[in-house]
Design a protein around this ligand. Structure first.
Ligand SMILES: [Zn+2]
Length: 64
């Protein structure tokens, strides 16, 4: 039994589990794209975006 969600960025199916660390996004790329769109929204909705919520830099990946 596998739960699947739809990637908000590219609409592809993403399995909801440990194998999908960027869920509900299919990939880190899609996650970053979505965050970028949020950043654009910030121009219209001030105060909604907290920069502290942005993902850590690549350096953390090597410890996985
Ligand atoms: Zn995607």
């Amino acid at each position: 039994m596998v739960t699947k969600v739809t990637c908000p960025t590219c609409q592809s199916e993403v399995e909801w589990g440990p194998q999908s660390p960027f869920r509900p996004f299919c990939s880190k790329r899609c996650q970053l794209i979505d965050l970028g769109e949020w950043a654009d929204e910030e121009k219209r909705i001030p105060g909604e975006i907290n920069p502290d919520l942005l993902p850590e830099p690549e350096e953390g990946d090597q410890w996985l």
